[in-house]
Design a protein around this ligand. Structure first.
Ligand SMILES: [Zn+2]
Length: 468
């Protein structure tokens, strides 16, 4: 990010992944730190309420948020230990004020999303792509935050102004006798900005850039950590959208429109996420099926917070009502939801379905997953472990176990499940569980979907395996 031109090109003074070193490096005055922290908290709360559910989730996953003068501006660092600390310079935040802090924090969060969707090392090594990212991100920030201008630092706008870059671009193309795109078409997707800038005879070199772009170590960061953080934030935003959070839905749709189909990798990310569901149609990859959309919906409703504790603050209660719990959720003892996923191993389980479920469930926050395999008997397992099937199939064995009537190796199931997902071909004696409305049946191809017309009926859908 562009917010302090005087330090461009300077390596950070301490290792940005060393928390203790960051905190002890020339600490700012306590009142400056306090004010900066207040501004940061206020900005993140506004994200969660209205402005960016995605950014709110990303920062909810940055458990360490460290005021430090070791960075000139602000950066989210994907460090190798699986954490994503947010570093911010307290004096910089105080000089920016609340509106500027929001812009900068949104910009940083969007960088992570951008890196997640466009991970191609060749693209990222291209300085024009770096500039294109700044243009696209600041364009979105201006629109999303309802701004006319970039944030001001000491009375001057700071950052890459997408409209200025577009003016330079139009001038360059016109001089070459080429037809430039208008501003709206130029910024339509993250990749149009890049491909249009590439048409320039002399694409501008950014005079300013983000901490994580000037520091090779942070720039490369740790892609797996970053991918995990962002994709989890996207899944949770998707669930918030399916629970009826209108802001989340609009933001995700907009993000998809800007990125899906513009690169193979980006399309794959959206495909895996099952987010095509939001559009009511499958994305270009054709990987998302109705049953996936359906499952996200049903899970969202079954895992809905029914009895959420009231926060001391009014705004916190409002957040909870929106079905979204960003920063504040850590303040209260909210009960984790328990999700049971049971695989019928008496038949063959489609790998693609198992993989998709494992990934989806692994990314849902506030949920403890309990994995079971069953044939005639129940066997708990950990995702990734090989499960073996034997003879017979008994749905009743699963019900008996999760309802606490039986044990496995002397241990009973001690939780109360909020939802039970059964992946099975459906061929076994029918059952009526104690709480049928918590049960979700996924029926493999060629299976029997009796739970659909059982009395009482249960949530039930056929899965498709992708070999269509
Ligand atoms: Zn930037």
């Amino acid at each position: 990010m562009a917010y302090d031109t005087t330090t461009v090109g300077h390596r950070p003074v301490v290792d940005l992944t060393d928390r203790r070193a960051l905190e002890s490096w020339h600490p700012a005055a306590p009142d400056v730190v306090a004010e900066a922290r207040r501004l940061k908290e206020a900005a993140l709360l506004d994200f969660g309420l209205t402005e960016s559910v995605v950014a709110s989730w990303i920062y909810a996953k940055c458990h360490h948020q460290i005021p430090t003068t070791a960075v000139p501006t602000a950066a989210v660092v994907a460090s190798g230990d699986g954490s994503c600390p947010l570093l911010y310079n307290p004096g910089f935040f105080v000089r920016l004020g609340l509106e500027g802090v929001k812009f900068v924090l949104f910009h940083e969060a969007r960088h992570l999303v951008h890196r997640h969707l466009f991970a191609d090392p060749e693209l990222r090594a291209d300085p024009v792509f770096t500039l294109a990212a700044e243009v696209a991100i600041n364009h979105v920030a201006l629109v999303r935050l309802g701004r006319k201008e970039l944030p001001q630092l000491d009375g001057r706008p700071t950052g890459v102004d997408p409209r200025e870059i577009h003016r330079d671009y139009a001038g360059d193309l016109t001089a070459q006798g080429l037809e430039p795109l208008g501003y709206d078409a130029f910024v339509e997707t993250d990749m149009t900005v890049f491909s249009e800038l590439k048409r320039m005879r002399q694409p501008p070199v950014p005079t300013v850039s983000c901490v994580h772009l000037t520091d090779p170590e942070t720039a490369d960061g740790d892609q797996p950590t970053l991918d995990e953080t962002v994709s989890s934030a996207l899944v949770n935003s998707l669930l918030a959208a399916r629970r009826g959070h209108p802001g989340a839905e609009r933001e995700l749709l907009d993000l998809m429109d800007r990125t899906d189909g513009t690169s193979e990798h980006a399309s794959r990310v959206w495909g895996r996420l099952g987010a095509g569901a939001l559009r009511g149609r499958t994305p270009r990859t054709g990987k998302v099926d109705w049953w996936q959309r359906w499952l996200v919906d049903v899970l969202a409703s079954k895992l809905r917070e029914g009895e959420r504790l009231v926060y001391p603050k009014k705004r916190g209660a409002l957040l909870a009502a929106l079905g979204h719990d960003p920063m504040l959720s850590r303040c209260g003892p909210v009960r984790e939801k328990n999700l049971v996923i049971a695989y019928d191993t008496s038949g063959s389980m489609p790998d693609a379905v198992v993989d998709w479920l494992t990934e989806l469930v692994g990314q849902i926050d506030g949920v403890t997953a309990h994995w079971l395999s069953f044939d005639g008997a129940v066997m708990p397992f950990h995702p990734g472990e090989k499960v073996y099937g034997g003879g017979g199939t008994s749905f009743q064995a699963v019900a008996d176990y999760v309802e606490g009537r039986t044990t496995v190796d002397g241990r009973g199931f001690e939780e109360i499940p909020d939802a039970v997902v059964m992946l099975t071909d459906g061929y076994a004696p029918h059952i009526t569980p104690a709480e049928p409305d918590k049960w979700i049946w996924l029926i493999t191809p060629g299976g029997n979907d009796w739970p659909d017309h059982h009395t009482p009926p249960m949530a039930c859908h056929r899965v498709t395996t992708g070999d269509r």
